[in-house]
Design a protein around this ligand. Sequence first.
Ligand SMILES: Cc1cc2nc3c(=O)[nH]c(=O)nc-3n(C[C@H](O)[C@H](O)[C@H](O)COP(=O)(O)O)c2cc1C
Length: 183
Amino acid sequence: MNAPERGMLAMAAGCEAPRTAAVASGVDAMVDENRFRDVMSHLVTGVALVTSRLDGSVHGLTVNAVSSVSLNPPLVLVCLDRSGNSHDPVIASGSFAVSVLASDQEEMAHRFARGTHRERFAGVEFRDSSSGSPVLPDALAWLDCAIRAVHPAGDHSIVVGEVLGCGAGEGDPLVFFRSEYGR
Ligand SMILES: Cc1cc2nc3c(=O)[nH]c(=O)nc-3n(C[C@H](O)[C@H](O)[C@H](O)COP(=O)(O)O)c2cc1C
């Protein structure tokens, strides 16, 4: 893609046209954190919990940075904030589960985005996956993953997991668009 095309894309997304010099260097000085977050919020995503167990303690957080990566072997990625409390224990555990939330599970999305890990798991019967990670029983879909790689990426880590088991049910997903939940 050439520089004018990149400029058109940026304008279509609500950004002002980047300066030519900035485009040439690949860095747009206009892209601060808030603008980037706002622009990316226009990409509709699902919402999931990433959970793991380390030395008997459960850890987990709400995520929307989840993607399939490879079919053979089956790989997914999740992006975890390196400054978060879940980052180190999830990676140290060597495995994690992804529970994709259904449209009626917004409360779980809120719960796993704040508070202590003890509060997040309180009163909900998670089941153990075969790798030992807690899975939300009535999740719309779930994946049980063994961590195969961790790539540093800015203030996050890209955690690549091989899918050891997975399943899906019926229902509508919880979706996230422009910082709001919907269906
Ligand atoms: C809809 C939604 C999506 C989120 N996606 C991510 C994500 O992909 N990666 C991430 O590290 N944090 C994400 N967060 C933020 C974390 O859930 C939140 O900061 C949480 O408190 C981190 O927990 P921790 O301190 O145990 O790591 C998201 C939050 C919400 C509400």
